[in-house]
Design a binder for this molecule. Structure first.
Ligand code: CA
Length: 249
């Protein structure tokens, strides 16, 4: 592995073109908004399914697994945040990428959405173009860069082919964003990255994400690794950013 010139983890556009249509499930009770989103996504080549409440979303998910779920915060039967939490708790659905839609612009709500397990968060009103950029970024993180190496670091094994992270024979449960983050760290160890650099390398340059988001995902990654004793590898470098290292500072 060449640490100086490690390959970019963001896939080239041509890698995405040969994939079958990705399916997005839209969970939103307001029909005009749902249809507007569906229209935009279909035009961009996505296969779209729609659900008007959490119950319908559950039924749709049991029926067929989409590649990504868009969940509105305000839903009639259960909040979108609760649905997100429930899906992230369930073994069957916890790796499913979720983007939350909301009219709530407050920072606290955004963090609550991310803490609830959402992979990203889009505030209404949004442009179809912005939503599309977010969806593509989350899907890129979820599907990886096509490399299929087995990367090992002090007993922590990351399999790029299956997107699985293992310690001996136990799987470390990670969401798609935390997986991408760990993949980046494990392929770029022993170097300090600023939040800005991490956003650029993990999220890609075209998407606007607040730096605060990084901290939420770092926290989630540490939490997932904690049980296996690897959380100490994800180190905060005060005033600079983060570093992945087996050495104690
Ligand atoms: Ca709604």
């Amino acid at each position: 592995m060449n640490l100086q010139h490690a390959p970019s983890v963001i896939p080239a556009a041509h890698n995405l073109q040969h994939m079958p249509a990705k399916q997005v499930l839209i969970v939103e009770d307001e029909r005009p908004i749902r249809e507007m989103i569906a229209f935009g996504l279909k035009r961009a080549g996505f296969e779209v399914r729609e659900a008007e409440d959490c119950r319908a979303a559950r039924a749709a998910l049991a029926d067929q697994r989409p590649d990504l779920v868009l969940i509105d915060w305000m839903l009639p039967d259960m909040s979108g945040l609760e649905l997100t939490r429930a899906l992230k708790r369930d073994r069957e659905t916890r790796e499913l990428p979720i983007i939350m839609l909301t009219a709530r612009a407050e920072e606290g709500d955004k963090v609550a959405g991310l803490e609830g397990g959402a992979d990203d968060y889009v505030t209404k009103p949004f442009s179809p173009r912005e939503l599309l950029a977010r969806i593509n970024a989350v899907l890129r993180r979820a599907t990886g860069n096509g490399a299929d190496e087995l990367i090992e670091f002090e007993g922590l094994a990351l399999d790029q082919a299956s997107h699985r992270v293992m310690v001996s024979d136990r799987t470390v449960p990670l969401g798609p964003t935390e997986y991408r983050m760990l993949e980046f760290f494990m392929t770029h160890p022993e170097r300090v990255y600023t939040r800005d650099q991490l956003l650029d390398r993990i999220w890609g340059g075209n998407v606007y994400v607040e730096e605060r988001t990084i901290d939420v995902h770092i926290r989630r990654l540490r939490k997932a690794l904690e049980e296996f004793g690897y959380d100490r590898f994800v180190q905060t470098v005060r005033g600079s950013g983060y570093r992945f290292s087996a050495r104690t500072v």
